[in-house]
Design a protein around this ligand. Structure first.
Ligand SMILES: Cc1cc2nc3c(=O)[nH]c(=O)nc-3n(C[C@H](O)[C@H](O)[C@H](O)COP(=O)(O)OP(=O)(O)OC[C@H]3O[C@@H](n4cnc5c(N)ncnc54)[C@H](O)[C@@H]3O)c2cc1C
Ligand SMILES: NC(=O)c1ccc[n+]([C@@H]2O[C@H](COP(=O)([O-])OP(=O)(O)OC[C@H]3O[C@@H](n4cnc5c(N)ncnc54)[C@H](O)[C@@H]3O)[C@@H](O)[C@H]2O)c1
Length: 474
């Protein structure tokens, strides 16, 4: 304490807490001003180090292997003759760790930027104290401190062999048996990854419903497809985890009582919470709503519902939707607003899409059918819904596809697209023109007939879904 009071407060024009999307705020425009970036974790944040990027670098080889194994239906027999987990892991982290380290060194090399590789907490709305006691005052402070995994209180959850997504990608060897707890994004992606690489996977989902924010029809199709590939157990929890020699004994509790299974690895994927608590935001008088730092559409931090001058929030710390492209969009808003206080920009969050890179892929934007029907009943219009199977378009015949579907939801009176939901091969790419149409207000019939669709590309499944909607012009 004495030591802390003796230290002088450093003054900055801009302090950024969190080096994920927050790192992008340090542009040339700040060259003549003093900037501090503070991060107590690995430089570059979640997406780069333990999130989007490494997971997809595992998804690609795994999904490619799975794809090969399913070619029997097309008259081509393939075998998975060997999987080198260490080779995949070293390829992934050989690239990523170097980017993180390079990013840190670059920032440290900038004359106007100080990097603090430690955690920090607010002591006053404009003053932070780092773990080692340094005091930093910022005329502007941006909170971009992300989220962290939540691990429920399960007996044995602290045993070696029990992982979250933060650690499971660094395993020494490919596990033979994996138990995954959860039915969200991370569980779905890792169930696909491990299955494709040859592990035996049990995915335990607490309730009947997986991927709960998805359209019900997509979630049902996922259950069918996941169930074909790995052991997906609904209404099942982990009661306890015990050591069993070198392995783990995992007791699952489901509708038929308890069963103990052997596992090398347990992956807990039960959600992530905002790091707002680590900032001491509430104690400093800032609003915390739904567990996240409250911000307005300009990303200004709120206190008592009013914006606090010079304080900004972006990404997972201040958003209940935890997606990198959203964090990046919010960072662009903050970047503009820091420099143009008289012409504040707002983040457009009308159509924030997402994709789950499981097998098959899932992608969605806008309202589910249930949400659209509720809104229509409330506001007095009708919705049109079309479900188009991949298997009914030419490229789907080539693929002999029995998995994929595109579901579109539109206003019956205007053709305005309200929601798009895809499960199947390349869902994350097929959805992009639909995101574009929704973002720029292109109605269904105009989108279908106002352009050529390459024949016989898989994208025809989107064209046919558009043409199948009962909307003006069709
Ligand atoms: C396994 C996984 C896969 C994912 N895949 C995808 C995907 O495919 N697509 C997608 O869009 N999103 C994906 N996400 C979500 C995405 O990674 C996050 O939404 C995004 O990275 C959030 O960025 P951010 O800048 O808000 O926070 P982060 O990137 O988490 O950065 C926050 C930083 O703040 C630091 N920090 C925290 N508290 C403090 C403090 N008090 N003081 C100092 N530093 C602090 C942390 O160490 C961290 O480095 C995935 C997430 C996970 C976990
Ligand atoms: N492709 C992507 O964009 C991508 C990939 C991975 C993660 N993410 C982001 O990261 C976030 C976190 O992912 P996630 O999968 O951990 O969270 P999630 O919110 O998607 O899913 C959490 C799951 O855990 C279950 N659960 C919660 N508490 C539980 C408990 N006590 N016992 C058993 N089950 C419990 C929930 O029912 C749910 O099925 C996602 O919401 C997403 O925004 C995105």
């Amino acid at each position: 304490m004495t030591q802390q009071t003796q230290r002088e407060t450093e003054d900055y024009d801009l302090i950024i807490v969190g080096s994920g999307s927050g790192n992008s705020l340090i542009t040339d425009a700040w060259d003549e001003r003093r900037v501090a970036i503070v991060d107590g974790g690995v430089f570059g944040g979640t997406c780069l180090n333990v999130g989007c990027i490494p997971t997809k670098m595992y998804v690609y080889p795994s999904a490619t292997a799975l794809h090969g194994l399913e070619l029997d239906r097309l008259g081509v027999g393939m075998e998975r003759t060997g999987v080198s987990w260490p080779a995949i892991r070293d390829r992934v982290f050989g690239r990523i760790d170097a980017i993180s380290q390079g990013g840190l060194e670059y920032r440290e090399g900038l004359e106007n930027v100080d990097v603090y590789t430690e955690y920090a907490r607010l002591v006053e709305p404009h003053v932070l104290e780092t773990a080692s006691g340094a005091r930093l005052r910022g005329e502007q402070i941006v909170f971009a401190s992300g989220s962290r995994s939540v691990v429920p209180e399960i007996p044995g959850a602290d045993l070696p062999g029990v992982h979250t997504s933060d650690t499971v990608m660094r395993l020494e060897e490919l596990p033979r048996d994996v138990v995954i707890l959860g039915g969200g994004f991370i569980a779905a992606e890792f169930a696909g990854i491990f299955t494709g690489l040859g592990s035996r996977v049990i995915q335990a989902n607490r309730s009947e419903r997986v991927l709960r924010e998805h359209d019900a029809e997509i979630a049902e199709r996922y259950v069918r497809e996941a169930g074909r590939q790995w052991d997906l157990r609904l209404n099942t929890e982990i009661a306890r985890i015990e050591r069993d020699g070198e392995r783990l004994a995992v007791t699952l509790s489901g509708e038929d009582g308890e069963e103990t299974v052997g596992a090398d690895v347990v992956l807990v994927a039960t959600g992530r919470r905002s790091n707002v608590d680590l900032l001491g935001a509430e104690e400093a008088g800032l609003d915390v709503v739904d567990g996240v730092l409250a911000v307005d559409e300009h990303q200004r931090v709120l206190s008592g519902g009013e914006p606090v001058p010079g304080l900004w929030g972006l990404g997972d710390v201040s958003s209940t939707t935890q997606l990198k492209h959203l964090a990046n969009a919010q960072a662009r808003t903050v970047s503009h607003n820091l420099l143009h206080p008289d012409e504040l920009a707002a983040t457009d969050e009308r159509y924030v899409p997402h994709a789950v890179f499981t097998t098959p892929q899932i992608a969605a934007v806008g309202q589910t059918q249930e949400q659209a029907e509720e809104a229509a009943a409330r506001e007095g219009y009708e919705v049109a819904v079309k479900v188009q199977d991949y298997g009914d378009v030419a490229y789907g015949w080539a693929m002999e596809d029995k998995q994929g579907l595109v579901k579109l939801i539109a206003r019956r009176d205007t053709g305005e697209l309200l929601g798009a939901h895809i499960i199947g091969t390349e869902a994350s790419n097929l959805i992009q023109p639909l995101i574009q149409a929704m973002s720029f207000g292109l109605p269904a019939h105009r989108m279908a007939r106002g352009q050529y669709w390459i024949h016989p590309a898989l994208a025809e499944v989107v064209e046919n879904a558009l043409l199948g909607l009962e909307v003006p012009g069709n």
